[in-house]
Design a binder for this molecule. Structure first.
Ligand SMILES: [Zn+2]
Length: 320
């Protein structure tokens, strides 16, 4: 069955935000944008973003750049919005109760549940990722000297060694496994409610390819063995997941066709409480009856499942 959805539909992918990396070192251009008409600044603090109180769906609270007291050093240049306006993020040391332009509600991206419009979601996910990194990168990992932000928030400079540190991203593999009957393997994490099911995921280890991580994680967590042919692990798309710094790399993988017991399930009860194979008919019926609840729409796990299924499925973790 062909993939029913496009990677472009995945939330948090870009939202039309042009990151305009070549402008990060152009201080004159950055200052002129900050002083220009219509330039707005979003706010981030301790992994939460400021949203407006009243609007439904949620909207970022955006302050006119001219009203933001901090200088360029404390701002991050996020990129150019679809209408060409520059977008910046201000990093507030603590969540405050009033900001230029309104009363903020501070919400984490998890709390917002991916419900921001795509463009604002792209701004928020970038700002949170950089805020998380900067909060954990105050001193040089090599020599301990206090670091200074540069390149509009995208690098930290060590004055003692004259070197730069850049934001890190931790790759994680997330995979929907398919068996010889083209059933899908779904599992429930030990911390999840009954009925919550999803794809299998885990971090890529040092010195490991993502394809190897896909095979290893599936085997460790469910006992299922993926085929060794390169075609048995297929990349479908990625999604940034800044909690605090992950990049989810999404795959479909197929069980080893040469091993009669490759699809036998033996969950490691440390991470996965239960796992099972679902035909398309079985999964639809289970979702319809709320016996199985899938991850939220716009998450990459949901995307991987619906690419296999060929259409949308009913319900999610929040709604039966
Ligand atoms: Zn240093």
């Amino acid at each position: 069955m062909s993939d029913a959805r496009q990677v472009g539909e995945l939330h948090l992918v870009s939202g039309g935000l042009d990151r305009a990396a070549e402008r990060r070192t152009d201080e004159q251009w950055l200052r002129s944008r900050l002083q220009g008409d219509g330039c707005e600044v979003m706010w981030v603090s301790h992994g939460a973003v400021a949203v407006t109180e009243a609007s439904q769906p949620a909207r970022l609270l955006l302050s006119a750049a001219r009203e933001v007291p901090e200088g360029l050093d404390s701002l991050t240049f996020l990129g150019l919005r679809p209408d060409g306006r520059a977008a910046f993020a201000a990093h507030a040391p603590e969540p405050v109760s009033e900001l230029p332009g309104g009363i903020p509600q501070w919400r984490t991206l998890r709390e917002l549940g991916l419900r921001l419009p795509a463009e604002q979601a792209a701004m928020a996910v970038t700002a949170v990722a950089l805020d998380n990194w900067r909060a954990r990168t105050r001193c040089c990992p090599g020599c301990g000297t206090a670091l200074r932000a540069k390149d509009a928030g995208w690098a930290m400079h060590c004055p003692a060694e004259g070197i730069e540190h850049f934001p890190r991203t931790d790759p994680a593999a997330i995979v929907l496994v398919r068996d010889r009957s083209d059933r899908a393997l779904l599992g429930r994490h030990v911390n999840w409610d009954a009925g919550w099911m999803s794809t299998i995921a885990g971090f890529v280890e040092a010195g490991e390819s993502v394809e190897s991580a896909v095979r290893r994680e599936v085997r460790e967590e469910t006992g299922v063995r993926i085929g060794s042919d390169p075609g048995h692990v297929r990349y479908l798309g990625s999604q940034p997941w800044p909690f605090p710094a992950s990049l989810m790399l999404g795959y479909h993988a197929w069980v080893d066709p040469d091993d009669p017991s490759a699809a036998d399930i033996a969950v490691d009860t440390a991470e996965i409480a239960e796992a099972g194979w679902f035909s398309r008919e079985e999964l639809y019926a289970a979702c319809e009856a709320s016996l199985v609840r899938l991850p939220p729409r716009l998450s990459i796990s949901r995307y991987l499942i619906e690419c296999w299924y060929g259409a949308s499925l009913p319900g999610d973790w929040l709604r039966g």
